[in-house]
Design a protein around this ligand. Structure first.
Ligand code: NAD
Length: 347
């Protein structure tokens, strides 16, 4: 029988308790960066999206030729009103040579970790030197992970929180208390960006929103825009985009889903993997506005799956799933059912 290791939500939380969120994000970030550096190896395709009036369900596949991974993920901004998550996910990693899955895992928590790790890895290359303060606009499910990743990887020591819903800000401030960050709860986006060298926007609303207007963004800022990730769902005023140097994951996907859907198809952007390999420049001046127009790409999920597989290797406390029909005689799938019936009769 071929059994597939399964990481449940409870097991994911256990893993986080054992290692700590910051340490986990640091380890995961190394996998994300390693995979960006070997970018040309990957099969790449914009994710496959099924849109509906309230949200989207997406499949995000990729392969490095040895392993294949995919994530199932949804995005439903109104879900929280009914007590549900905006984003939930699960994923699979498989062996390319046999096609057999080697891991099935929850990916709702893992997505928050990988998105935070990716944001912080990118900011290492783009944020102004000595950045210590980050404005965190949108204080929902992703927000605390973002704040801790920027602390652990970029040396941020102060976060200035703002959400249109003060309860979300209060929740994030309480969760971040005692985590080694100075946390300032703000009552407007304008207040949140005061003194910040990095601005992270992580809001959820299915519209062309204006979380940041042009006058809010001064010279030298790095913007980590992660909430705009669907057609018709953006966060930044177009004028900010034309003043910024824009860095993206996979242009064919970002042109459809990112902030740059507001710009002409030929507006220049830089692929972030090229900055990491040294083939393109990242921040070149103190005055430059850099924008990471993040939508989340399949290789980041692949990195997370790869990390998790290594992390759980050899554990004895994993659930193993009987999800592959794998008869002793591979051509006798039919007979396996008969043998099962005979065995059941004897019981
Ligand atoms: P969430 O629903 O838990 O939180 C979103 C928060 O945004 C809410 O607290 C809401 O009150 C706030 N908000 C909405 N409009 C606002 C406004 N105008 N000003 C200030 N705050 C506002 O969602 P989440 O799981 O934290 O995800 C946030 C966004 O990030 C979603 O749009 C999601 O699709 C996106 N996301 C992107 C990536 C990526 O890789 N780029 C990964 C995960 C999630």
């Amino acid at each position: 029988m071929s059994l597939v290791p399964f990481v449940s939500v409870e097991m994911m939380m256990k893993l986080l308790l054992e290692r700590g969120i910051e340490e986990t994000v640091i380890e995961l970030a190394a996998y994300v960066e390693e995979d960006f550096r070997r970018w040309p190896l990957f099969d790449k395709t914009p994710r496959v999206a099924a849109h509906s009036p309230e949200g989207v369900i997406e499949l995000m596949p990729t392969s490095d030729g040895r392993s294949y991974g995919f994530k199932y993920v949804n995005g439903h901004p109104k879900n929280f009103r009914a007590g549900r998550q905006t984003v939930t996910a699960f994923g699979v990693l498989s062996d390319v040579d046999t096609g057999y899955p080697v891991l099935l895992t929850e990916m709702t928590i893992l997505t928050a970790l990988r998105t935070a790790a990716t944001s912080a890895v990118v900011a290492k290359y783009l944020a102004p030197k000595g950045a210590r303060t980050m404005a965190m606009i949108g204080n929902g499910a992703q927000s605390e992970f973002q704040c801790l990743a920027f602390k652990a990887i970029c040396g941020i020591d102060t976060v200035r929180l703002y959400d249109i819903d003060p309860q979300a800000t209060a929740k994030a401030a309480a969760n971040l208390a005692g985590k080694g960050l100075t946390v300032v709860a703000c009552s407007s986006g304008q207040e949140a960006i005061e003194g910040a060298q990095i601005i992270t926007t992580c809001t959820a609303d299915k519209q062309y929103a204006t979380i940041l207007t042009d006058n809010m963004v001064g010279a030298g800022i790095h913007i980590n825009a992660i909430g705009g990730d669907c057609p018709g769902k953006t966060e930044l005023h177009k004028d900010i985009l034309t003043r910024s140097d824009i860095f993206v994951e996979f242009p064919p996907q970002t042109r459809i889903e990112g902030e740059i859907q507001q710009l002409p198809e030929d507006h220049p952007v830089t692929e972030i993997w090229q900055v990491m390999t040294g083939e393109a420049q990242g921040r070149t001046s103190e005055k430059q506005i850099t924008l990471f127009d993040s939508v989340g790409f399949a290789t980041e999920d692949f990195s997370a799956l790869r990390y998790l597989k290594d992390r759980i290797a050899g554990r004895k406390d994993l659930q193993l799933l009987d999800m592959l029909a794998d008869p002793d005689d591979p051509r006798d799938l039919f007979g396996m059912i008969g043998r099962y019936a005979q065995a059941a009769e004897k019981l």
